[in-house]
Design a protein around this ligand. Structure first.
Ligand code: UDP
Length: 283
C-alpha cells in the first residue's frame, strides 16, 4: 500500500486527514469529506447546501428508525428532497428543524446526484414513502402503534383501513387530517391514543417545524415527516411505475400527472445550479 492514514482530525469544516505516503512522505488532506455533526454527536452526515444527510441504505435507515422507537425520549425523521433543500437555503428555521432531526434521509434522486457532484457520494436514495413501508413492516412484527396525521379530510382514515389490512399486527392508534388551525387538541388526541409512532404528512416545511415544536408533547417516541405519503397509502395519488423511478424520472411522472407542480419543480434545476456553484467553491 502506497498510502496509509495515520490520524483523523474532526474539525468544524470537515475531517482533516494526516497520513504517510511512500513517495511523498507525510501527506495532509484537509476537508476530505464535509460533514455536519448530528444531534446525538459524532453522527457523520454528508452536507449538501447546508443540509446534513445520513448516509444510509434503506435497510439501515429502517433499522435506525426501529432503534429510535425503542429509545427513551422523542425523536423525529425528515426526508428532504431537492425542493426541501432549497426551502432550507432560504428559511433558517426550516433548516434548523431539518438538521436537528435524528435521521435525515435522502428522499429524491436529485439529492443523490447532488452528493455525487460534490464528490461526497451517498449510498443511495431512501424515499420517505418506502422508508415508511419498511418501518410499518417491522412495527407490525413488533406490534407497535401508529398515528396518521395529515392530508385532506378522510384520506388518513382510508389509509388506516388499507394499512391495517396490508400490515397485520400494526396497531393504528388514530388519524387526523392535516387542515387544523389549533395544534393543542391534535397533540392531546395523539397523546391520548398512546401512539408510539406518528406519520406527520403536512407538506414541507410545515411538517418539519411541527415535529420539532410539538413532537415531545405528543408522547410518541418517533415522528416521521413524510409529505404526500398518506395520499399514496390511501390510493388517492399513484406512485410512479418502477420504470420511471428506476430511471430517476419520478418527478417527471408526478409533473405529468399534476402540471400544477411545475412552479415547485423549478426548484430542482435551481438546486442543481446551486450544487454546481458549491462544487466550484469547494474546488
Ligand atoms: N397537507 C396538509 N396540511 C396542509 C398542507 C398540506 O395535510 O396544511 C398535506 C397535503 O394534503 C398532502 C401533503 O400534505 O397530502 C403534502 O403533499 P405533497 O405532495 O406536497 O408532498 P411531497 O410528497 O411532494 O413532499
Amino acid at each position: 500500500m502506497d498510502r496509509t492514514v495515520s490520524a483523523l482530525f474532526f474539525m468544524d469544516d470537515g475531517i482533516h486527514i494526516l497520513g504517510l505516503d511512500k513517495k511523498l512522505g507525510v501527506w495532509y488532506n484537509p476537508k476530505l469529506y464535509e460533514y455536519v455533526a448530528g444531534r446525538r454527536g459524532g453522527n457523520m452526515r454528508i452536507e449538501i447546501l447546508g443540509v446534513g444527510f445520513d448516509n444510509l441504505t434503506m435497510e439501515q435507515a429502517v433499522q435506525r428508525g426501529m432503534d429510535l422507537l425503542d429509545t427513551e425520549g422523542c425523536h423525529y425523521v425528515v426526508t428532504p428532497n431537492p425542493e426541501i433543500v432549497e426551502i432550507c437555503r432560504e428559511n433558517g428555521e426550516a433548516r434548523e428543524a431539518v438538521n436537528k432531526a435524528d435521521l435525515v434521509l435522502a428522499d429524491g434522486i436529485g439529492v443523490v446526484k447532488g452528493a455525487a457532484i460534490l464528490k461526497t457520494p451517498l449510498k443511495g436514495r431512501v424515499p420517505g414513502v418506502e422508508f415508511a413501508a419498511g418501518l410499518m413492516e417491522q412495527m407490525a412484527k413488533a406490534g407497535k402503534s401508529l398515528y396518521l396525521l395529515g392530508a385532506k379530510p378522510g384520506v388518513a382514515e382510508i389509509a388506516a383501513q388499507k394499512l391495517t389490512r396490508q400490515y397485520p399486527g400494526l396497531v393504528i392508534a388514530g388519524t387526523h387530517d392535516g387542515y387544523f388551525q389549533d395544534d393543542g387538541p391534535v397533540i392531546a388526541e395523539i397523546r391520548r391514543s398512546g401512539a408510539q409512532c406518528v406519520f406527520v404528512c403536512l407538506g414541507a416545511p410545515k411538517q418539519e417545524l411541527w415535529m420539532r415544536k410539538n413532537g415531545p408533547a405528543t408522547g410518541a417516541r418517533l415522528l416521521c415527516g413524510l409529505g404526500g405519503s398518506l395520499d399514496v397509502f390511501a390510493g388517492v395519488v399513484e406512485r410512479a411505475p418502477k420504470f420511471w423511478s428506476d430511471h430517476g424520472l419520478e418527478w417527471f411522472y408526478r409533473l405529468c400527472k399534476d402540471p400544477r407542480r411545475l412552479g415547485r419543480m423549478m426548484k430542482l434545476p435551481l438546486f442543481l445550479i446551486h450544487v454546481r456553484q458549491e462544487k466550484g467553491r469547494r474546488g
